[in-house]
Ligand binder design. Structure first.
Ligand SMILES: [Zn+2]
Length: 390
């Protein structure tokens, strides 16, 4: 049963949605919508209700949208893909041209709506499958009119919609907050990323082989945080450094991407399984809403056989960073579930955290992290390889 009450005033409309689960984390939403300057949740609302305040001041300022809607079809952007990222807390909308969006809660569907004018959906567009995601109930995209694409997102209960970032003009990134991944995530649609895994050549019998996965790259910058610091900027150089440190110790390391190219999740897993690698280590930086700079710290994820490897690396990371310690956790991430060897996913800190972003931008700090990760992997290799855990 859902009852909707409206209070309208000259400046502020308040929408109360009764009988909805309360939002776990209150988070202001920045929006470029001309007639909606701010959207905010009221976390102090009584249980089973949710207040959404819409400040409609300045509704007459609509010039940017008008100029786009009058542009000829030939300059329209084509939306090529909408993906749910590996961490399950972000939706990426990619196009071939700069995108201009306005976003708001839709009063009819009660979904979060991103309205993209001057855009059309690609001929072979496939919406992302949110079936296995705990953060998202569903994502739909439709051509609302010949020049407008509507993307509607229904966050799962306890999950709030955060900010839309634009890491590049043709890429929109929407954060979902208050969600901890515990459910499987589907691989993204397989496209050009399939052919991009490197050819490792031949590997001598008996050599310890580690597949190291820089979590993001190519068209996917990963999380983007304070000062525009992106996950790719952190994990790509670090992965190369960790490889060098490990190879100096006689361990063979294969990267899932040699340069900043797009590689989908499935080929990364297939590479590790085909090589019968001993260990798989995926390297990431974390993100939450830009309005939560207080959230900082290291997390290490594993699924089943990766627990001891996760604990060993995590211990070295804490020693190098001094924390905060956000723990060793299980998660059903695709790259952890489908690899047939001990596998871990490292979240080295929050690009949205005031402490972590400053540290992660510092090459000397990243060197300390790289050395800590290499030490952790080497300790595990020396204790477990060859053996049942390696
Ligand atoms: Zn990542």
């Amino acid at each position: 049963m859902l009852r909707v009450h409206w209070w309208l005033s000259s400046l502020t409309s308040v929408l109360m949605l009764a009988h909805l689960a309360p939002i776990a984390q209150a988070s202001p939403i920045k929006t470029s919508t001309p007639d909606v300057k701010t959207l905010g949740f009221d976390a102090s609302a009584p249980p089973n209700s949710l207040n959404v305040a819409v400040d409609s001041q300045g509704a007459e300022d609509d010039s940017s949208v008008d100029s786009l809607s009058q542009s000829p079809r030939s300059s329209m952007a084509t939306i090529e893909a909408i993906d749910i990222t590996i961490e399950g807390n972000r939706i990426l909308i990619r196009a071939d041209r700069p995108l201009d969006q306005r976003s708001y809660w839709d009063r009819n569907t009660l979904a979060y709506q991103i309205e993209i004018r001057g855009a059309r959906l690609s001929q072979n567009f496939q919406p992302p499958n949110a079936q296995d995601s705990q953060a998202i109930s569903w994502v739909r995209a439709e051509q609302a009119d010949p020049e407008t694409v509507m993307v509607r997102i229904m966050p799962a209960p306890q999950v709030s919609v955060g900010e839309i970032n634009q890491p590049s003009p043709s890429l929109l990134s929407l954060e979902l907050n208050g969600y901890q991944a515990t459910m499987p995530l589907p691989p993204p649609d397989l496209g050009s990323g399939m052919a991009n895994v490197p050819d490792p050549g031949t590997i001598p019998e008996g050599q310890v082989v580690i597949v190291l996965d820089p979590g993001h790259g190519g068209s996917d910058p990963g999380a983007v945080g304070i000062g525009g610091l992106s996950e790719t900027d952190i994990v790509n150089p670090m992965s190369h450094r960790i490889r060098d440190l490990l190879e100096e110790e006689g361990v063979r390391v294969i990267l899932t991407r040699e340069d900043n190219r797009t590689v989908d999740l499935q080929p990364r897993v297939e590479l590790a399984n085909r090589l019968d690698a001993n260990l798989f280590v995926s390297i990431h930086a974390n993100a939450i809403s830009m309005s939560r700079p207080d959230v900082n710290g290291v997390e290490t994820y594993y699924f089943q056989s990766g627990q001891q490897l996760a604990r060993t690396i995590h211990g070295h990371l804490l020693e190098a960073t001094g924390g905060p310690d956000r723990g060793v956790r299980t998660a059903r991430f695709y790259v952890l579930r489908h690899t047939r060897m001990p596998a871990v996913l490292l979240e080295l800190g929050f690009v949205t955290g005031n402490q972590d972003a400053r540290r992660l931008a510092d090459p000397q700090y990243r060197e300390r992290l790289s050395q800590a990760i290499a030490r952790g992997i080497l300790q595990y290799v020396r204790q477990h390889c060859p053996g049942p855990g390696c």
